[in-house]
Design a protein around this ligand. Structure first.
Ligand SMILES: [Cu+2]
Length: 167
């Protein structure tokens, strides 16, 4: 009888040990995720109580954009020439999406800019479901633009929204 008790206690201790190891590695995995991606703006997918961003980028305006099947929903529809925006694009859908800023009516023609001698396009590729990715952009010309996803079939299914840039 006693022997079974000891075995039982030993088994329980082993299970508790595994549990502790399991939860420790889970914590490490959670901590590693935000560090890999340097976020400047709050994710539009975050709950209102969460405040993960302590220091927003200086003078830039954070613009949350939510994407899913099949829509693009920015929280702003009018933008200012010369103002720097950081688009925080959250994918609340089940498929991978992308985010392209282009002149209204164009199809997959992102804008181009040179930032610190580096060529940049107004595009974020491959935003995984549940992820938020950022694009910093400053419009240089007023006019009608659109935010779109050009993964095959998504634009046609409705992933496009027109916005205005004013001088
Ligand atoms: Cu898409």
């Amino acid at each position: 009888m006693h022997r079974f008790d000891i075995l039982f206690v030993a088994l329980a201790l082993v299970l508790v040990g595994f549990g502790a190891i399991g939860s420790a590695s889970r914590v490490e995995a959670q901590e590693a995720t935000p560090a890999a991606q340097e976020a400047h703006c709050p994710s539009p997918l975050a709950t209102p109580t969460a405040s993960p961003i302590a220091t927003p980028a200086e003078e830039a305006i954070c613009v949350g954009v939510i994407e899913a099947e099949y829509y693009v929903r920015p929280e702003l529809a009018t933008f200012q020439v010369g103002q720097t925006y950081i688009f925080a694009v959250g994918n609340e859908g089940k498929l991978v999406h992308e985010f392209v800023i282009e002149p209204a009516g164009k199809v997959d023609e992102p804008l181009e800019a040179e930032v610190n001698g580096e060529e940049r396009e107004s595009e974020i590729e491959d935003i995984a479901p549940g992820q938020t990715a950022e694009l910093e952009w400053t419009f240089t010309k007023a006019g009608r633009y659109q935010f779109a996803c050009h993964i095959e079939g998504h634009y046609e299914a409705g992933m496009v929204v027109e916005v205005e840039v004013v001088a």
